[in-house]
Write a protein that binds this ligand. Sequence first.
Ligand code: 13P
Ligand code: SF4
Length: 319
Amino acid sequence: PAEDEARVDEIKRLLEANNAVLVAHYYTDDAIQQLAEETGGCVADSLEMARFGARHEAETLVVAGVRFMGETAKILSPEKRVLMPTLEATCSLDLGCPADEFSAFCDAHPDRTVVVYANTSAAVKARADWVVTSSIAVEVIEHLQARGEKILWAPDKHLGGYIQKQTGADMLLWDGACIVHEEFKAKGVEDLKSLYPEAAVLVHPESPAPVVELADVAGSTSQLIKAAKELPNDKLIVATDRGIFFKMQQAVPGKTLFEAPTAGNGATCKSCAHCPWMAMNALDNLAGALRHGSGEIFVDAELRRAALKPLERMLNFQR
Ligand code: 13P
Ligand code: SF4
């Protein structure tokens, strides 16, 4: 619509005027992803977003995603102004892991190396030895296991369980989950697979174990897009937030993509596989943030120093 076009033009002008760059996650609106692409920003998974923001020379990073992504950008680049379309966009994993309870859990298990998923608050990261995202989690835990370390993992029990299975590491798991991925049902994926036996199944490991077990490839959002390109299959069943279809379909224009069902009867739930917090990012509030400097992320200096250590470990990790 003409309104959106005017908004897009305004955002482009404001990005330039503010020496700002747009960093967007694959789960945000198509229009935001397209804008990030057209303006020299990036559309990426959470690890690549962090790397891109830290390396970019812009004075202002506009992070379209959820709160932990903006916080991570600020922790890595305290000298930059970090804006988000809305500060309300949180994540069920972050909400399900309050810093004080988590800290008590760590205190009760002092013999364990604390590894937290990036989907956590700065305060939880500050208590960790390592931060990981789903694209690097298995490698980091393998590395720690090889050093004989026992792990305390938080907050996603499904991702934790998946890593445990892959690596055989001794992991104590926090009981958290992603409300979006938890809705995928193995029965639904099996039913769809019986309709299209030639289809490959791509699954984000925040999904429950029975769904991950059906996967031809399990991985982070960018790993799933890569797999869509590399697999020979013309049909793909995809168990992750439907926001990913924008870039995935661009990457494989000739292939047919199916949303993995979120109901056991094989029906696709039209409103389920989309993160309600990612959906809060829109052209309007994005323009508003740039216009008024609203939605700015601040991280307490001491907290920042503590959270930076485990984040830098992740960014510097090389096998
Ligand atoms: P990725 O690191 O795979 O982009 O995952 C982030 C996320 O929030 C998935 O729900
Ligand atoms: Fe958090 Fe799940 Fe939303 Fe990702 S999709 S931001 S893990 S609630």
